[in-house]
Design a binder for this molecule. Structure first.
Ligand code: PLP
Length: 422
């Protein structure tokens, strides 16, 4: 194995090896993979860093699995804001985890929003017996949570803080690090492929210096529960090359790009568009405030040869990197200077994202017999399989929750017409 025997067929075969002598084993690493992970751990200042060739999706399940193992196998409860990625829900299904959702004080109208403050976290920890706190930061719209504040709250209550930092592998290398490992999180995952020049699927699970010591010993074992026994060496080689890059030129390239993104955002704002989110490498445009839907703006940008990362009725998200050229930024600015802003009120007040009404556990609902109905016919029924919008895979309705008229409104807003119910 592999069947191509290293002969060029698609083109990358010479590098697509398998566990031959000297190539090490990802989940029992003692050789070159272990050395590369150690190099990456040093770059991130973590106690241990583990590679994933199956994205943060695998790392998220592993982080929660590690907490389950520390709980000696008892059923655990995780406190989390609602803007989690689908991998979190899948982990809850597979590991039979209960979730105590943390809602922000005010209303929020996008499923991608809804990040919370340390005070919101404290409120939940003071009234529940959560075993850990799990937050998504940065979120899809470029909002950064107060990880430092949350980690202080978590420490006060003696629970670990886990961070889905899928969008923030680069945060460590800003002139002043904003990476969760430096802000007090116990574990986090980084999708290297999202913001570093890594092949799709390359990600890392970091364990911090102050995390419980027993996390290190079981991490690989737990990762292997969710991962393939044939992890891609192409992806792992690309993670290794990234380890060299972040230890070399990346901080300088990043600083230059952050400055260019700031100029770009300032210019876009000067053209009358509204940008949101404080993440330095995301450009999130609240298109609806200019009288055009996010999806409509995305289509207009495509006419200029620009492919946004994400769009919905309200927002367009762009994610530049040091690999974008000056021409790319100029093209983007030209597009924003030329695309018409009708400045009309597009829709009335957007419906607030409702709080979930739990009728059954996530795992029980996900594994119950289900049938599919049109969302209009789902009122009063229990959600079977968690429904996410296709991107960014954030849940609109979670398994076991009641489908209410407000939920139906949100589902339709995100173009979801059919739903699995019990
Ligand atoms: C916030 C967030 N977390 C986790 C993931 C999953 O990451 P990956 O694609 O590396 O598995 C994504 C993917 O888009 C994401 O946006």
């Amino acid at each position: 194995m592999p069947g191509h025997k290293g002969q060029k067929f698609h083109g990358l075969e010479p590098w697509d090896i398998t566990e031959i002598k000297g190539a090490d084993y990802l989940f029992e690493a003692e050789g070159i993979i272990a050395q590369s992970e150690a190099k990456m751990a040093e770059a991130y200042g973590s106690r241990r860093t583990f590679y994933s060739a199956e994205g943060s999706s695998l790392c998220i399940k592993a982080m929660l699995g590690i907490v389950c193992r520390s709980g000696q196998g008892k059923k655990i409860t995780v406190a989390a804001p609602r803007n989690v990625h689908k991998a979190f829900i899948n982990a809850c299904i597979l590991l039979d985890i209960d979730v105590e959702w943390i809602y922000p004080k005010g209303e929020f109208t996008s499923i991608c929003a809804g990040s919370v403050t340390p005070e919101d976290v404290e409120k939940v920890l003071s009234r529940t017996k959560a075993d850990c706190v799990y937050v998504t930061s940065p979120d899809y719209l470029g909002d950064l949570s107060d990880i430092k504040g949350m980690s202080e709250v978590c420490r006060k209550y003696g629970v670990p803080l886990l961070c889905d930092n899928a969008h923030g592998a680069y945060l460590k290398f800003l002139p002043e690090s904003l990476h969760p490992m430096d802000l007090g999180a116990d574990m986090c995952c980084d999708s290297a492929h999202k913001t570093l020049p890594c092949y799709t699927g390359g990600a890392m699970l970091h364990i911090s210096n102050h995390a419980p010591a027993n996390y290190d010993d079981c991490a690989k074992e737990i990762m292997s529960m969710f991962g393939s026994t044939s992890p891609s060496y192409l992806i792992m080689e690309s993670l290794d090359l990234c380890a060299n890059y972040v230890n070399g030129d990346f901080p300088r390239d990043l600083e230059r790009t952050v400055e260019r993104v700031k100029v770009c955002k300032d210019r876009i704002t000067a053209f009358g568009w509204h940008t949101i989110g404080e993440e330095p490498m995301k450009i999130t445009v609240a298109a609806y405030k200019s009288g055009i839907t996010g999806d409509g703006l995305a289509d207009r940008l495509r006419e200029y040869g620009i492919e946004p990362e994400y769009s919905d009725t309200q927002y367009v998200v762009l994610m530049p990197s040091p690999f974008n050229s000056e021409e790319d930024f100029l093209k983007l600015e030209k597009a924003f200077s030329e695309i018409k802003q009708p400045k009309i009120r597009l829709f009335g007040d957007l419906p607030a994202i409702p709080k979930g009404i739990k009728r059954m556990g996530i795992r029980q609902a996900a594994f119950s017999a289900q049938h599919t109905v049109n969302v209009e016919d789902a009122c009063g029924l229990i959600c079977g399989m968690t429904v996410t919008s296709c991107q960014p895979s954030v849940p609109v309705a979670v398994s076991g929750e009641e489908i209410t008229p407000q939920v139906i409104k949100i589902l339709k807003n995100y173009g979801i017409e059919r739903i699995n119910v019990l």
